[in-house]
Design a protein around this ligand. Structure first.
Ligand SMILES: Cc1cc2nc3c(=O)[nH]c(=O)nc-3n(C[C@H](O)[C@H](O)[C@H](O)COP(=O)(O)OP(=O)(O)OC[C@H]3O[C@@H](n4cnc5c(N)ncnc54)[C@H](O)[C@@H]3O)c2cc1C
Length: 488
């Protein structure tokens, strides 16, 4: 066997797809026998272990990817352990001469990849990486002064000022022979699915993980959602957003595919979606790019305030009953409760409601944003290492280009404005299913039947938050009352 006949190993990570997978395409084009691996790394320091909902998603996504590869005559090797050692060992076992992967952008992940590249260089194993999961790699977007961006609008303008994102690659049509078989873990042994109890019924009903599910959802969105996007994307009762976030999170579809599919829709059959819907959607993909830009430049975004002055903020020790009421959706504020129950049942929450529920925790309960971020991390199927902390820090005001501290969402007014008919609340809060919109979003939320009374007084908690944030601004943390009084 010559060196060129040794296997090529493709290491799948957050790119569980065959189409627009440059690492896979490059490995196939190398003409070598092919081996394919996914490594579950819950041990490398700094790589954040997945939360429960994301583990559920990963199990099903790997199942689908294995089936798709089997249909091409290939097997997905599953290995578990510290990625650097595990992948190196596998390369040795296979006698692989080349390794291909798509780039990752988290700090610990990049350190693993860089160390492996160096190691393979010593061993004269070719290691090649490709751009696949971000449209604009963080180091390619800089201010005029050569710095990273801290504000979204100029960041996105800078992205758009260059060449448009490349066209997506098709799924490979011709496949080389498979490398000799090596051992693989059994997916079930990873125990990614919840068992005792199995809480995943709502997730199963709501989602189809995998590349085919992602493409189906994109088609649905192009047909039904995109034309409504600009006008209705803030209304949680209307299906106007793509719900592609978990598919993007696991790389079952790429941002390049989305970009070009949405652009192509502007030339498509009638009714053509309005241009402002297309631009708005692309700009939301831009927020994803921005979050990853931030994470690339601050790897500990999930634990450290982007603005250091927030380190001195006087968060309250959470009152256990209040935190639990928030998590379970029993705060007595219908839009907050609907959102938290949507999250628990389906593993997903509408963006507008993510902002409302996060603001409620941070500002009305004065609970540290990191506690809310961790809850979302565990319960979201799209829990994303960049978008989640960036979203939480945005709401807290501690983030880059964040909401000003004095912006405190009023959950009653938010409900009236964005769920004016009450349909969203009725869908997730059965206790209010027979109430009119006026009763649901009335000034005094209804504490009737089984539905709980409000856990805080909105005015008092708002004043307390304003005092706390103003104290931070003035560098004075002395006079923050310890508890917002709640009406009895
Ligand atoms: C507190 C908080 C936490 C969040 N946590 C996450 C998270 O863990 N994972 C996650 O993917 N998004 C997160 N977001 C962003 C946003 O809420 C979701 O991306 C969006 O709701 C997903 O629904 P969609 O796919 O229908 O979005 P669409 O409106 O259809 O947007 C398309 C894609 O653009 C990206 N996107 C849209 N809005 C944003 C945004 N505000 N910031 C960054 N990217 C965006 C997503 O990848 C999304 O799938 C969070 C936002 C907040 C306020």
């Amino acid at each position: 066997m010559t060196h060129a006949d040794t296997p090529a190993l493709v290491w799948f990570r957050d790119d569980l797809r065959l189409a627009d997978n440059p690492a896979l395409t490059a490995a196939i084009e190398s003409g070598r026998p092919l081996a394919l691996v996914y490594c579950l790394d819950e041990e490398t320091e700094g790589i954040r272990p997945l939360g429960g909902a994301a583990r559920w998603w990963l199990h099903h996504s790997l199942e689908r990817l294995s089936e798709d590869l089997a249909a091409k005559g290939h097997r997905l090797i599953l290995r578990r352990g510290k990625a650097a050692a595990t992948i190196e060992r596998l390369v040795d076992e296979l006698g692989a001469g080349a390794v291909f992967w798509n780039r990752r952008y988290g700090g610990a992940e990049r350190a693993v990849d860089a160390a492996l590249k160096a190691r393979f260089k010593e061993k004269t194993v070719a290691a090649e990486s490709r751009q696949a999961n971000l449209l604009f790699e963080p180091w390619t977007v800089q201010t005029k002064e050569g710095q990273s961006f801290r504000v979204y609008s100029p960041f996105w303008r800078a992205c758009l000022s260059g060449s448009p994102p490349r066209q997506p690659l098709p799924a490979p049509e011709t496949w080389p022979k498979a490398a000799d078989e090596v051992a693989s873990d059994d997916l079930d042994d990873w125990k990614l699915l919840p068992r005792h109890p199995d809480w995943s019924g709502g997730l199963r009903a709501a989602w189809t993980p995998g590349e085919a599910g992602a493409l189906q959802r994109l088609d649905d969105f192009l047909e039904n959602g995109l034309r409504l996007y600009a006008a209705h994307r803030d209304e949680p009762a209307i299906d106007a957003t793509s719900r592609l976030s978990p598919h993007l999170r696991f790389g079952e579809i790429s941002p390049f595919q989305l970009w070009h599919a949405v652009e192509a829709a502007s030339h498509a059959a009638s009714p053509t979606p309005p241009r402002r819907s297309i631009d708005k959607f692309l700009s939301e993909l831009g927020w994803r790019e921005f979050s990853w830009h931030l994470l690339f430049h601050q790897a500990d975004l999930a634990t450290r305030n982007f603005q250091p002055r927030f380190d001195a903020f006087g968060w309250q020790q959470p009152v256990a009953a209040q935190l639990k009421a928030w998590q379970q959706g029993s705060t007595g504020f219908p839009i907050v409760d609907a959102g938290m129950r949507q999250l628990w049942q389906t593993g997903w929450m509408h963006n507008r409601v993510r902002m409302i529920t996060a603001s409620f925790l941070i500002k009305n309960l004065l609970i540290d944003w990191r506690i809310g971020e961790a809850w979302f991390w565990d319960t979201l199927v799209d829990a994303d290492a960049a978008n989640n902390p960036a979203g939480w820090q945005w709401v807290a005001g501690s983030g880059a280009d964040a909401a000003p501290y004095f912006r405190i969402f009023n959950p009653i007014r938010q409900g009236e404005t964005y769920d004016s008919k009450g349909d969203y609340v009725r869908a997730f809060v059965p206790e209010l299913a027979n109430r009119s919109a006026a009763e649901i979003h009335g000034k005094t939320p209804s504490a009737a039947g089984d539905y709980p009374a409000p856990i805080v007084d909105l005015d008092a908690s708002r004043k307390r938050a304003l005092a706390a944030f103003a104290a931070l601004k003035n560098g004075d943390h002395a006079d923050i009352p310890s508890e917002a009084s709640s009406p009895e």
